[in-house]
Write a protein that binds this ligand. Structure first.
Ligand code: PMV
Length: 328
């Protein structure tokens, strides 16, 4: 190991087309099933980690504000894993900034932990390969395991108790398929229930949970094939079904988990109307109110114009396939 120092990394959020919703191990964030995602350019988390021998505790800031309490403890626990790997005890300064809304269902935890994993390991003098970086990122947030991958990623649930075989691999790079993802921001502020709590509640109380996990497992290979074949209509069908089934399963928990706002439903309806009118378009929604709308690159303007007519939407962001987490 070289001398601990400082490193800065950038990572993008990713959006799942075949969703991850349910853990086989909660502390290790081991998913109960696989998932498939696309890393998104145009939104990023930038994180600097600097190990400093004068510190007695880690100091963490997010978007210029000091992080304390549970949030800071989660980062310190994560850094402890890096320190253990690097055989150091030095505390660190962590400065992280998102250029998109934090904790609102725009996958800030995915880009956040992928950037933190890369910056912290490099600052600690470690050089992890992609599967190792994916495993480490997963320990921060299940979906972060996919944000280390360039383009289209498949998360493997693995079988090992320690989770060392639960990481993401690439299906195809960001240059494979020129798609756009229009993000319709449908509400302000943080979501009402975090994804881990919501997943655990779903597992414990939703009568549809077992059927959901079986369905995900069945749809992984068809979705992978649709991506490799650039079959938009097939991917549209699989992705919308995965999204609606994930939300149906969560809605059936007790108490039911409801992430949608009126604007969420309005955009879903618009997407369905556009598709009926012949447009190649589909939606997907994570653990929050925002809707991500996919279309071929040459239909971006038409889709933006149609979604822009929806008055309840806060704003529209356009994203394209994005690259792997990287050092700068
Ligand atoms: O990584 P987490 O624990 O925030 O879970 C993310 C879950 C979803 O975003 C709803 C689905 C997914 O596959 O990313």
């Amino acid at each position: 190991m070289s001398t601990p120092s400082s490193a800065t990394a950038i990572a993008h959020p990713n959006i799942a087309l075949i969703k991850y919703w349910g853990k086989r191990d909660v502390p290790l964030n081991l998913p109960a099933a696989g998932s498939i995602s696309l890393t998104l350019a145009g939104m990023e988390t930038r994180t600097t980690v600097r190990f400093d021998p004068t510190l007695t505790v880690d100091s963490v800031s997010l978007d210029g504000k000091d992080v304390t309490g549970k949030g800071a403890a989660k980062i310190s626990t994560f850094l402890d894993r890096v320190r253990a790997k690097a055989d150091i005890t030095t505390r660190a300064h962590v400065e992280s900034a998102n250029d998109f809304p934090t904790a609102a269902g725009l996958a800030s935890s995915a880009s956040g932990f992928a950037a933190l994993a890369l910056a912290a390991t490099r600052a600690a003098g470690l050089e992890l390969d992609t599967p190792e970086l994916s495993v480490l990122s997963r320990l921060g947030s299940g979906s972060a395991a996919r944000s280390v991958i360039d383009g289209w990623a498949q998360m493997h649930p693995g079988q090992a108790d320690d989770g060392d075989d639960a990481f993401a691999t690439q299906i195809a790079g960001s240059d494979h398929w020129d798609l756009r993802c229009v993000v319709a921001v449908c509400a302000r502020g943080p979501k009402e229930i975090g994804s881990t709590e919501a997943m655990n509640l779903t597992l414990d109380t939703s009568p549809y949970y077992a059927a959901w996990i079986e369905d995900v497992t069945r749809n992984l290979e068809p979705a992978r094939e649709a991506i490799l074949a650039r079959d938009f209509d097939r991917l549209a069908q699989l992705a919308e079904a995965s999204c609606l089934r994930m939300h149906a399963c969560a809605l059936a928990a007790d108490p039911g988990i409801l992430y949608w706002q009126p604007a969420t439903m309005a955009i879903m309806r618009r997407v369905r109307a556009l598709r009926s009118a012949g447009e190649s378009v589909f939606f997907t929604i994570d653990a929050g109110p925002h809707v991500k709308v996919f279309c071929p690159a040459d239909r971006e303007a038409a889709v933006l114009a149609a979604l822009g007519e929806e008055p309840s939407v806060e704003r529209l962001l356009v994203s394209r396939p994005g690259g792997a987490a990287r050092l700068i």
